[in-house]
Design a protein around this ligand. Structure first.
Ligand code: AMP
Ligand code: MG
Length: 416
């Protein structure tokens, strides 16, 4: 078998771009359904949301002060008769009288005839009058006209938009307490390996703690999914198959470990025995070459679960997730899948890359410029999660031995 060949050694391994295209080509976004606004943060809106009323619904005061008629103030006399009191929530009982000013609060509707609001601080009282001290009064000042924000029937949030806190506020104010949005993808993580113990245990001889489940469920949540991990599956065919079968309820299943070519690497065969179609096994990438991707059979009207077999090595699974599973989750959630496709960074210093595979190398960003400047970390390779955890992302060096100069621009895969 060639070092970069598949099991037969004849067909070259797919590149990252080819493999990602194969993944994205198999993703079907989840079907939209109704959500109350409290459950919709971060979801993608599936239908345009329309205003059910003009906003504001009336000409409204933007400051506390006096609603007046600007023409009354054109001549020298700055005194106006005190009129009606209009707190927010009140409706004027009548229009403004001659040379009259209504006492108005922020948010209250203007009385008919008023075309300015003068700030309280720019006036003073004199008996039954208010004296306008502000020298130049401009018609329309301190007033938000009816419909200035939106008219009834206007699209206030377009379909395809992510529901941010501010957009949820817009939906609340325009009479959309429930919206059609693409639901969060459901992710299940199945950790495999006889050597693994859970984080609350002290590892015995030869054992290590399962960090993968914690990290990968958190990555999935960060990518907008709902995620849970199943218990550690052993390297035994029947038990492994039972665990994997439970994971096939999800929209996306991540299996860690057991995907290389070792005698105990039972994951690919177990998945295939469960009817999961292998799309690729191994990619030209470092870390994380032994990466498996497949698609389970559709269930009823639900598309088949997308299944990723990621390497057990923590940084291999981190990079595998960021490169392949995260864009798949974005597409499942109704977003574009290639959000970081064109990110890049400028090398802070020279860097020598050696290796026959494209390499994702952890780096910190040291500026906020465009592109940012990146400094590769001292890193011990794919088992060194501790150093990689300090990175802002990964510099993607191309395959082949090459000395990069300071200032060269290199593709960059952001962590978050
Ligand atoms: P594997 O991909 O199963 O050959 O595992 C590669 C390396 O990653 C081995 O050193 C495993 O012990 C380690 N490993 C596998 N699964 C996990 C996990 N869930 N958390 C941390 N390390 C793991
Ligand atoms: Mg293993």
């Amino acid at each position: 078998m060639s070092p970069d060949g598949n099991r037969e050694g004849r067909i070259p391994l797919p590149s990252v771009d080819q493999a990602l295209a194969m993944v994205l080509g198999r993703v079907v976004a989840r079907s939209p359904r109704a959500h109350v606004l409290a459950d919709a943060l971060g979801l993608v809106l599936a239908r345009d949301a329309l205003a059910d009323l003009d906003m504001p619904p009336f000409d409204k005061a933007l400051v506390d002060g006096y609603a007046a008629r600007s023409s009354d103030l054109e001549a020298g006399d700055r005194r106006l008769v005190l009129g009606e009191l209009l707190p927010a929530g009140a409706t004027p009982s009548r229009g403004l009288g001659d040379r009259e000013a209504a006492v108005i609060m922020t948010g209250a509707p203007l009385p008919l005839g008023a075309d300015v609001v003068v700030m309280h601080e720019r006036t003073h009282r004199s008996g039954d009058f208010v004296v306008i001290d502000e020298p130049s009064i401009k018609p329309g000042q301190n007033i938000l006209r009816r419909g200035r924000e939106a008219r009834a029937g206007d699209v206030v949030v377009e379909r395809g938009r992510e529901l941010t806190p501010a957009r949820l506020g817009v939906l609340a104010s325009f009479g959309c307490p429930r919206v059609m949005a693409t639901p969060r993808p459901e992710v299940v993580v199945v950790p495999t390996g006889d050597e693994l113990v859970e984080p609350d245990s002290a590892p015995g001889p030869g054992q290590i703690r399962n960090s993968g489940s914690t990290m990968l469920t958190a990555l999935a949540v960060q990518a907008g999914a709902r995620a849970r991990a199943l218990e550690i599956a052993p390297d035994r065919p029947e038990a492994l198959r039972a665990a994997l079968e439970r994971g096939l309820d999800a929209d996306l299943l991540i299996v860690t470990g057991g995907v290389s070519a070792g005698q105990r690497d039972l994951v690919p065969a177990s998945l295939e025995a469960l009817g999961v179609e292998c799309v690729f096994h191994k990619v030209r990438i470092k870390p994380g070459k032994p990466i498996w991707f497949g698609v389970a059979r559709p269930r009823g009207d639900r598309p088949g679960t997308l299944v990723f077999g990621l390497p057990g090595n923590p940084v291999g699974s981190l990079v595998g997730f960021l490169v392949f599973a995260r864009p798949a989750l974005w597409l499942l959630a109704g977003r574009p899948g290639n959000a970081f496709a064109r990110s890049s960074a400028r090398l802070e210093g020279p860097f020598s890359h050696r290796g026959d595979r494209p390499t994702y190398f952890p780096a910190v960003l040291t500026t906020t410029s465009t592109p940012p400047v990146a400094r590769p970390l001292e890193w011990a390779g794919s088992a060194d999660l501790r150093r990689a955890a300090e990175a802002d992302g990964f510099l993607a060096f191309e395959a082949g031995d090459r000395d990069y100069a300071a200032g060269e621009i290199v593709p960059f895969l952001p962590m978050g």
